[in-house]
Write a protein that binds this ligand. Sequence first.
Ligand code: SAM
Length: 342
Amino acid sequence: MNATDHPTGPIWEVIGGLSRFAALAALTELGGPEHLRDAALTPAELAERCGADADALARVLRELAGTGVVASAPGGRYTLTPAGETLCADAPDSMRAAVLMNAGPELRYALDNLPRTVREGRSAFVAEHGTLYEHLSDRPERARLFDDYMTSRAVPHRQAVADRYDFSGVTTLVDVGGGKGHFLSTVLAAHPHLRGVLFDLDHVAAAARDHLKTAGLVDRTEVVGGDFFTGELPAGADAYLLGSVLHNWSDDDAVRILSSVRAAMAPSGRVLVLEYALPDDDRPHVGLDGDIRMLALFGDGAERTRAQYGALLERADLRLDRVIDLPGGVALLEARPLSVEG
Ligand SMILES: C[S@@+](CC[C@H](N)C(=O)[O-])C[C@H]1O[C@@H](n2cnc3c(N)ncnc32)[C@H](O)[C@@H]1O
């Protein structure tokens, strides 16, 4: 039915992704990974521990064996692969929140209503629920899951930023929209001379305080709650990081955020934008899946090319000086003030 040499092959492959993701989300939600980490189990043994039906769970496990999340073991048992281990809630850099957020009501509503979004040219999610951040602001549990999702989403990138960017000339790094502070803690751990300031919405700032305390970074960090559209950003720092922030917003809103940074930064400062950098043509790129999520959830939010970021920076009186390509299709774009006043 899904022979890859038939013209329908690519379509079946895409449809199959739905079933594989549903199986992954079901196993994660049932707490299966935590039990399988303790011991190799038969579907019946796992079903008993999860409170699930053995035959149904056997089919979920069989599907997931094909995806490399679990592996068959002797005696009809299953074990977790290294990928599967990241689904455990307490795994370092756990993927649990990433799976559950993508399987949750916000993404489901946004993606289910993609035809309406495409017809109308504005996000059906935003039309019904407001922006994702407005929606999460009075749903603390979902907001916590989202912050954890952002933390795991950044796993492949944050060590690369700490390792590949030369922070020797930077004294204070402001992480604008820094989430729980996962970038700041990684970068500060690698560069002991740096101080960090985390700026994010009030409820996220509270979570960041806890995270930075646990990371032992209270003495080297400050956390500021605020809104980058209406509040002033911490002023006078020599570097401002915007990690996966601009992709949530329209060109005009992205320029407003960059202009706030431009107004706050030291004249000799720099702005670091970390985003997927899409190719200029239709080549496949991991950021294109993210772009559809941006379209569905934010409407005007978008993944962009290097040239598009260069144009946005210029509108905010910033010059794109350097692009550092990082693993996973992501780039770190360094910009400095275009005009120097005085
Ligand atoms: C996609 S997440 C990225 C988080 C983090 N920088 C990273 O790379 O993982 C965007 C962040 O922007 C924050 N944010 C959204 N609207 C904001 C606003 N108006 N003012 C300040 N922060 C905001 C969110 O709370 C969230 O932490």
